[in-house]
Write a protein that binds this ligand. Structure first.
Ligand SMILES: [Zn+2]
Length: 263
């Protein structure tokens, strides 16, 4: 069983009290400024349910999960709100605040993607205090491309990023995963700059690779479990064959990426 039908059946069983399942986490979304449509809220809810299901396999998420969202009409209103807490900070289209546990954004051209991206940060933070930056961004980058359909939640390719990854492979400039994973938050931020947002390109690529197979998803879960139980500073990936195998498989994947797949 896949996607929505599986979700519906699990929901029915839960409702009937027959099984206790991780997807039982109650999600309360509050659109504080009332700027999101019913359809947008339904999309957000469906994607968050999938995120909760994914993370709940290894983490105890807050239940109920409160999701306060502040959407602003303009960049100016948004910036004014940011200034109240952190004067001088100029975030891009949106962010998740771990202090207020809220998602903040404004209505720019791709605000729905930003909303789905930041929502993943909220869900991950509801189970793990300090997820590694690269992994947190990798999952958000994949979930922001979610497309909710009757038969499931799909994620779609980011073509510009794919082109960048392929050209790195061709020119021999593909950054090494070991040094990428080891980046501190500051190191990560220093590689965000346009026109080549190296860190986001790589995190999306590795995320899109790992989430595309059962083995890859297991790797993410094993990694999170290891961080949770053994070493909260761990920045690598638990992968069969280790980093060498991961790098090899990732490069192969980059050469032939699927246009989309079910999450
Ligand atoms: Zn992010």
């Amino acid at each position: 069983m896949r996607g929505l039908s599986r979700y519906l059946i699990i929901s029915l069983l839960l409702w009937a009290g027959l099984v206790s399942h991780v997807a039982a986490n109650r999600i309360y979304i509050k659109d504080i400024n009332g700027l999101l449509s019913k359809e947008e809220l339904a999309t957000l809810r469906a994607v968050m349910a999938r995120e909760v299901e994914f993370h709940s396999q290894v983490l105890n998420l807050y239940d109920p999960l409160f999701v306060p969202i502040k959407v602003f009409r303009t960049r100016e209103e948004y910036q004014r709100y940011v200034e109240r807490d952190t004067p001088g900070w100029r975030p891009s289209g949106g962010f998740y605040s771990p202090v207020r546990r809220e998602v903040v954004l404004y209505k720019h051209r791709e605000y729905m993607q930003t909303l789905l991206h930041e929502a993943q940060h909220l869900v991950f933070a509801a189970g793990l205090t300090r997820p590694p930056t690269w992994l947190n961004e990798a999952l958000s980058e994949v979930f922001e491309m979610a497309d909710v359909r009757e038969n499931g939640v799909f994620t779609q390719i980011k073509q510009k990023r794919q082109a960048q990854l392929q050209s790195w492979l061709e020119s021999g400039d593909m950054p090494k995963l070991a040094s990428f994973f080891a980046l501190s938050y500051e190191g990560w931020e220093s590689l965000v700059m346009e026109p080549e947002p190296v860190s986001y390109t790589l995190s999306w690529g590795v995320g899109y690779f790992l989430m595309s197979s059962a083995q890859g998803r297991k790797s993410i879960h094993d990694t999170i479990r290891y961080i949770r139980d053994t070493d909260w500073r761990y920045q690598g990936v638990i992968y069969p064959g280790g980093l060498v195998a991961l790098e090899r498989d990732f490069h192969r994947f980059v050469l032939d990426m699927p246009a989309e797949y079910e999450l």
